[in-house]
Design a protein around this ligand. Structure first.
Ligand SMILES: [Fe+2]
Ligand SMILES: [Fe+2]
Length: 268
């Protein structure tokens, strides 16, 4: 059974380069893709203002008519006391959803801090996520999403906004067997594999707030019994470019092998 997950991030309603055409394209692409799950990993807004949240809610409601959609806040959403609107209109800032029939569990965390770009998960959420991971059956695929990136991202200039407590998170995620981490924030798509985890960073899906030659995009994650594929999808054209392709050995040795470099150090 293939599971198809779409990761959309940094849609930034209120941003001057926000594109309604890109938003429309994504909705059309979602209708034809028919994913099992959509994850929106923060920065729904630009200033955290009510009108921006109301526009974001309309977009999220449209996504929800297509499939299950889960959303967490980003640093921009925490500006100007914006998290009040997030909790009222969008939902809880952290969540856990276990889908035994779908074979996966997803946990959302809030890494934002009011009015600053830095992020952290914090001791209380760290304890909470450990409790949730402990309860998830071991045979389920475990996905965790939060806005700020867990690992440094190439081509983003000087590194300033990595999570303050990223080391503590890496330890917990490794110990509890997290399979996928979905982040946003830097508007640059990227994939790292570290320890047992595939860590995806999504670009900005609906704006032209772009670094270098990057384009508005989102990520498609395809999870199969013997293969994991990460595709970068152009929001404008829908064109897909493979970012990572991992073969999963299921003969008992339990290795994940990158199909490009055949590096067996990617062990699980
Ligand atoms: Fe952003
Ligand atoms: Fe951000």
């Amino acid at each position: 059974m293939e599971r198809k997950i779409i990761q959309i991030s940094d849609i930034h309603f209120g941003e001057k380069t926000f594109s309604h055409d890109l938003k429309y394209n994504i909705l059309k692409q979602m209708e034809s893709e028919n994913p099992d799950l959509i994850v929106v990993s923060g920065d729904l807004t630009t200033h955290g203002y009510l009108q921006e949240y109301e526009d974001a809610l309309t977009f999220l409601d449209e996504l929800k008519t297509i499939t299950s959609t889960y959303t967490i806040p980003g640093n921009h959403d925490a500006r100007n006391v914006g998290l009040i609107h997030f909790e009222k209109l969008i939902g809880h800032r952290k969540f856990v959803h276990v889908d035994k029939n779908g074979g996966l569990a997803i946990i959302g965390l809030d890494s934002s801090e009011p009015d600053i770009n830095d992020g952290q998960i914090g001791v209380d959420q760290l304890d909470w996520v450990k409790t949730q991971l402990d309860r998830i059956p071991s045979d389920l695929c475990k996905i965790v999403t939060f806005h700020h990136h867990l690992l440094p991202i190439p081509q983003t200039g000087r590194e300033r906004n990595i999570l303050l407590d990223s080391g503590d998170l890496l330890r917990v995620f490794s110990d509890y067997g997290v399979d996928f981490v979905l982040n946003g924030h830097k508007h640059v798509p990227n994939v790292w594999m570290i320890e047992k985890m595939v860590t995806l960073n999504s670009g900005t899906a609906t704006t032209r707030k772009l670094r270098g030659n990057t384009q508005a995009s989102y990520n498609q994650l395809l999870i199969n019994e013997d293969k994991i594929i990460v595709n970068l999808v152009n929001s404008q054209s829908g064109y897909k470019k493979e970012m990572a392709n991992y073969s999963v050995k299921v003969d008992g040795s339990e290795y994940l092998i990158c199909s490009y470099c055949h590096n067996s150090l990617h062990s699980v």
